[in-house]
Design a protein around this ligand. Structure first.
Ligand code: BTX
Length: 326
């Protein structure tokens, strides 16, 4: 019904359609039409209504269907295959299934709404219909499994560069996977793999971006820690060109990484990092370590020197930057 209604508006661009005409053509009651109009408004469509004239479509929401993303795509292979969902539980889960079914490297899964988005360690990632980016990329690198965390860092560099290009906003990276603006979280990255002990079958890189939410649109759990590009920029941002910019940046960095190794990516990552050269707390699943972040290893692990002078290599943790180094 929604599709049919939108088609009618597309065929009568800029014109009013009376409730009577719509109900005749679509074979439903005026009340049913009113409900569908209300639903479209909730999905970001701006519809003007006028007594005796009916309804007129003023503007459409910010679409991220494949044809919109491909307008700005400049890649050789990344994102050429895309699977789009209006709403899905998690793009990550879909990408895992597609990877098992033989999806090609570079296949992108993207959703306008994610209803059960996943963070690390079983945590929840909040998305909002029409105003966030939820995307998962399927890669098939020939790498030993222990090197795949480097791809999280590569993804973070690609996202930071794409955001700068599309919005002019400078963001920082907090090891390993958070992208922040003024200390608030804007992007989450989740890297998962399908592998055997020494062979990687696929790596799925999930990227969630807060794009156009207003402060009151964040869930209670994250309202004090989260921000969006629109909040920082003071203007709404189109999502499709941003997705394309991420893919464009990602492909260049990924090809550099595959041909020349991690060192070039590492220096780009360090240039955007706020966690290196500071004192911080690293919460692993086993312990909390306080120390000075010296840098990252060639595998992408964090090197943290504790107060006893011992240097720890940390592969996975939540980081809290100490406000007053002791
Ligand atoms: P993370 O474990 O580092 O972060 C999750 C934590 O971040 C949550 O516990 C919550 O405190 C906070 N959080 C949740 N949602 C948001 C948000 N929208 N903005 C700011 N903070 C938030 C981060 O895990 C990895 C997230 C990856 C999300 C992508 S979206 C596409 C793909 N599909 C999927 O299910 N996950 C990935």
């Amino acid at each position: 019904m929604k599709e049919a209604l939108l088609k009618m508006f597309a065929e009568h661009e800029g014109q009013f359609l009376s409730g009577e005409k719509i109900s005749q053509q679509l074979g439903c009651s005026r009340t049913a039409i009113w409900k569908h109009i209300d639903e479209l408004r909730k999905n970001g469509y701006q519809l003007e209504s006028a007594p005796r004239k009916g309804y007129r479509l003023v503007s459409k929401p910010d679409e991220i269907q494949p044809h919109e993303v491909k307008v700005s795509l400049q890649t050789k292979w990344l994102g050429h295959e895309q699977t789009y969902y209006e709403a899905v539980s998690s793009t990550q889960s879909v990408a895992h299934r597609l990877a098992q079914e033989g999806a090609v490297e570079g296949h992108l899964v993207v959703a306008n709404e994610q209803t059960a988005g996943k963070g690390r360690l079983g945590r929840k990632w909040y998305s909002r219909a029409g105003s966030t980016i939820s995307m998962s990329l399927i890669l098939r690198p020939e790498l030993p499994p222990q090197r795949t965390p480097q791809l999280t860092l590569l993804a973070a560099v690609a996202v930071v560069r794409a955001i700068k290009q599309e919005t002019g906003i400078d963001c920082s990276i907090k090891w390993p996977n958070d992208i922040l603006i003024n200390g608030k979280k804007l992007v989450g990255i989740l890297t998962e793999m399908q592998s055997e002990p020494d062979v990687v079958h696929s790596v799925i890189i999930g990227i969630g971006i807060n794009v156009n939410q207003t402060p009151d649109e964040f869930a209670d759990e994250i309202e004090t820690v989260a921000t969006s590009l629109a909040i920082e920029k003071g203007a709404s941002i189109k999502r499709a060109p941003l997705i394309a910019a991420i893919l464009n940046q990602f492909e260049v960095l990924y090809e550099l990484y595959i041909s020349s190794g991690f060192s070039a990516i590492r220096s780009l990552w360090e240039a955007h990092s706020i966690s290196i050269g500071t004192h911080l707390y690293a919460r692993t699943t086993k312990e909390v370590i306080y120390g000075y972040a010296q840098g990252i290893t060639d595998e992408g692990a964090l090197l943290l020197k504790d107060e006893a002078g011992k240097t720890h290599q940390i592969y996975s943790a939540d980081i809290e930057i100490a406000s007053h180094p002791t």
